[in-house]
Design a protein around this ligand. Structure first.
Ligand SMILES: NC(=O)c1ccc[n+]([C@@H]2O[C@H](COP(=O)([O-])OP(=O)(O)OC[C@H]3O[C@@H](n4cnc5c(N)ncnc54)[C@H](OP(=O)(O)O)[C@@H]3O)[C@@H](O)[C@H]2O)c1
Length: 228
């Protein structure tokens, strides 16, 4: 937690944060930082996460609309920050192995799930709440062009970025898409250059700090804007 002391604890402590995909990877790092900073955390995941001060686990399967609505119904009190973090990769074999079912499964989890959860959470959001969608540079038309053969994942993050802009137009909340960096998690792999714990601290600083990106924008974890 090297950057934890740099997070504006005054804006984290006492606030309610909801994090999806909270039992491992970047999501778990976010929850650890938030708990250490005195936040109230609603940790949504399929598997129960670690028991930590201020953290309440809510069962959540982002592929299942019934589970999404049940998770929202389990929320008590108002939420100040939502971090839509849970996502999956798809088939990585490029056009040669692309299937409609894999594409649909990835879109369902990475795009439909966060949108449906957002809708279900609206009655629980405090005025001025922030909705952060963990996206990826892979979803950028201009900055995400590389040899990755995972069509489904790229397309899902491009759609998520567009959904963020749409939600920013439609809802009275701050809505952001954030690229966390290439992280050493199960998704990012061992060769990834960045520590997810550091990325989590930067993301929380960005969200809780006074100068975060404007609603509807797509930025990296340092707050630098990314071309959609
Ligand atoms: N790692 C990177 O280099 C990188 C780069 C760019 C963007 N990102 C984005 O950063 C976010 C976090 O990625 P990560 O690296 O922490 O990935 P990860 O280690 O693979 O973890 C993925 C998380 O998503 C959850 N999840 C997957 N399917 C779910 C479902 N159906 N219902 C509920 N939860 C589900 C997993 O929960 P379970 O434990 O239940 O499977 C897990 O908590 C993702 O949005 C990812 O796209 C990551």
């Amino acid at each position: 937690m090297s950057l934890a002391s740099n997070i504006g604890s005054a804006t984290i402590s006492g606030k309610t944060w909801l994090v999806t995909g909270a039992a491992r990877g970047l999501g778990l790092c976010l929850v650890r930082h938030l708990s250490a900073q005195g936040a109230r955390v609603l940790a949504l995941s399929r598997a129960p996460g670690l028991v930590m001060p201020g953290v309440t686990h809510i069962p959540y399967d982002q592929a299942d609309e019934t589970s999404i609505n049940a998770a929202a119904q389990a929320v008590s009190g108002q939420i100040d920050y939502v971090i839509h973090n849970a996502a999956i990769r798809g088939d990585t074999g490029g056009l040669a192995t692309l299937t409609a079912s894999d594409l649909a499964a990835v879109i369902r989890i990475n795009v439909a799930g966060p949108l449906l959860l957002t809708r279900a959470l609206i009655p629980h959001l405090s005025p001025g709440a922030t909705l952060a969608f963990i996206s990826s540079r892979a979803g950028s038309f201009t900055e995400g062009r590389d040899s990755d053969g995972d069509y489904a994942y790229c397309l899902s993050k491009a759609a998520l970025n567009r959904a963020v802009a749409k939600l920013a137009d439609d809802l009275p909340f701050r809505v952001l898409a954030l690229h966390p960096g290439w992280l050493r998690t199960e998704m990012g792999g061992d060769q990834a250059p960045e520590d997810p714990d550091d990325a989590a601290a930067r993301i929380l600083s960005l969200l809780a700090g006074p100068k975060g990106p404007v609603s509807g924008s797509f930025a990296d974890s340092h707050g630098k804007l990314i071309q959609p």
